[in-house]
Design a protein around this ligand. Structure first.
Ligand SMILES: Cc1cc2nc3c(=O)[nH]c(=O)nc-3n(C[C@H](O)[C@H](O)[C@H](O)COP(=O)(O)OP(=O)(O)OC[C@H]3O[C@@H](n4cnc5c(N)ncnc54)[C@H](O)[C@@H]3O)c2cc1C
Length: 386
């Protein structure tokens, strides 16, 4: 029996394809101490056939070549207001729903847990709308998508690039009736860290958080806010530079280890379409920049091209040169290194959970002594390598 799917745990993106593929149902996904899901192998069932490792997306090369890029937003202003960027996801989903299809994406349940679910109508679709900055658990979504495709229904599967790659791995390749969209992704934070942060907000206010939005546009698209709504109707609203969980996310304090060397940055997109924020709109296409949300869309395949053409009338769009986005959106070309205090954060997290004082201190700009200490450690590490 195998001990692990991959020898190097840090390459596992937690997509869950191995669990969906295993012909002996020997693999389940379980959280580690940092709260990220990893495959767990049942020794009583595993026959070491090796299929999990062979089909694992981390062992495949994803390449799609040069692709056209667009700045776009939906004409439906109510949808744009409720979407994180320009609302292109909703339009894409509506096209698939109108053909009797099913749309898979990340939804947040009443316990504020994020997982992949299928939507068959506008109510289901509303739950998928909006970015949730925590790693989504794909649960049974790959197998559900496969059953729907087998039954001849159109399926749109959306998620991070590793989740889309996981779907293709689980299906054993592309399928007729399947359309996929991945996200420009800077990395996925730990679900356990988010859960603990919500507990902290609840303890501070003495009220349950009933709803949570990571990308509220009340202050605009660029200066987005997080909004937690408590059981008594009160709101906690804080800008991306004020809210502590968002600051830790944007500073790469608690991303999944594999996100720090993501194999899907740059042109290596697994999906038919890629959606992101058109950061830099004020320079690249100032006439489209009204601060209400603008998407960056890459069209990666012929299927993606057809899907994009079908929804074009519902969009305001402009072809752009993706090279111009890079200075404004580094995840297009590179993964981010972990925050220098990542290990320290998780050591403390294991003992005390998400602590406001601790995270504030870890995110504070380093003093001169700390900077010198880090420089010396880097120099020592380089000397050892040589
Ligand atoms: C963890 C994460 C990191 C991201 N980092 C960047 C970035 O650095 N730069 C950038 O330009 N864009 C990034 N994005 C993408 C961006 O936030 C928007 O999701 C994207 O622009 C689509 O916006 P929209 O207005 O078309 O649709 P929206 O309605 O806002 O987005 C809904 C789509 O996002 C998916 N989604 C939401 N949360 C998750 C999740 N946790 N896991 C998987 N899928 C999810 C839904 O399934 C659906 O497909 C990131 C998204 C996530 C989830």
């Amino acid at each position: 029996m195998r001990k692990a799917v991959l020898k190097d745990k840090s390459r596992c993106c937690g997509c869950g394809a191995c669990a969906a593929i295993c012909p002996h149902d020997a693999i389940s996904m379980a959280p580690d101490a940092e709260g990220f899901l990893y495959p767990r192998i049942d020794p009583a069932r595993c026959v070491d056939c090796g299929m999990c490792e062979r089909r694992c997306p981390a062992t495949q090369a994803a390449a799609r070549g040069e692709k056209p890029a667009y700045a776009a937003h939906v004409r439906d202003e109510a949808v744009r207001e409720r979407s994180s960027s320009g609302g292109v996801f909703t339009q894409l989903a509506r096209e698939v729903l109108s053909r009797g299809g099913v749309v898979f994406g990340a939804a947040m349940d009443e316990e504020l847990r994020v997982s992949h679910v299928g939507a068959m109508d506008e109510t289901g679709l509303a739950a998928l709308r909006g970015s949730k900055y925590v790693q989504s658990d794909v649960e049974d979504a790959y197998r559900q998508a496969e059953r729907l495709l087998d039954a001849g229904l159109p399926v749109l599967f959306t998620g991070t690039p590793c989740q889309v790659a996981g779907l293709y791995a689980a299906l054993g390749g592309d399928r007729e009736g399947l359309l996929t969209a991945d996200l420009v992704c800077h990395g996925a934070p730990s679900p356990a860290v988010f859960a603990s942060y919500v507990q902290m907000l609840q303890a501070e206010r003495g009220q349950r958080v009933e709803r949570y939005a990571f990308r509220d546009k009340r202050r605009g698209w660029k200066d987005f806010c997080v909004v937690a709504t408590f059981a008594d109707g009160a709101e906690y609203a804080a800008g991306q530079k004020e809210d502590l969980f968002m600051r830790g996310f944007l500073a790469d304090l608690y991303l999944r280890p594999s996100c720090h060397h993501c194999p899907y940055v740059g042109q290596r997109r697994p999906a038919d379409l890629t959606l992101g924020d058109m950061w830099g709109a004020q320079v690249i296409c100032p006439d489209l920049d009204d601060d209400r949300g603008l998407s960056l869309v890459f069209v990666n395949s012929e299927k993606g091209e057809r899907a994009f053409a079908e929804m074009a009338d519902a969009l305001v769009l402009r072809r752009t040169d993706p090279a111009r986005n890079v200075p404004f959106c580094p995840p297009l070309v590179r993964s981010y290194p972990p925050h220098p205090a990542r290990a320290q954060f998780f050591r403390a997290f294991a003992k005390e959970g998400f602590s406001r004082a601790r995270v504030e201190a870890l995110l504070a700009p380093p003093g001169r002594l700390t900077r010198w200490g880090r420089r010396l450690r880097r120099m020592a590490a380089q000397a050892v390598k040589r």
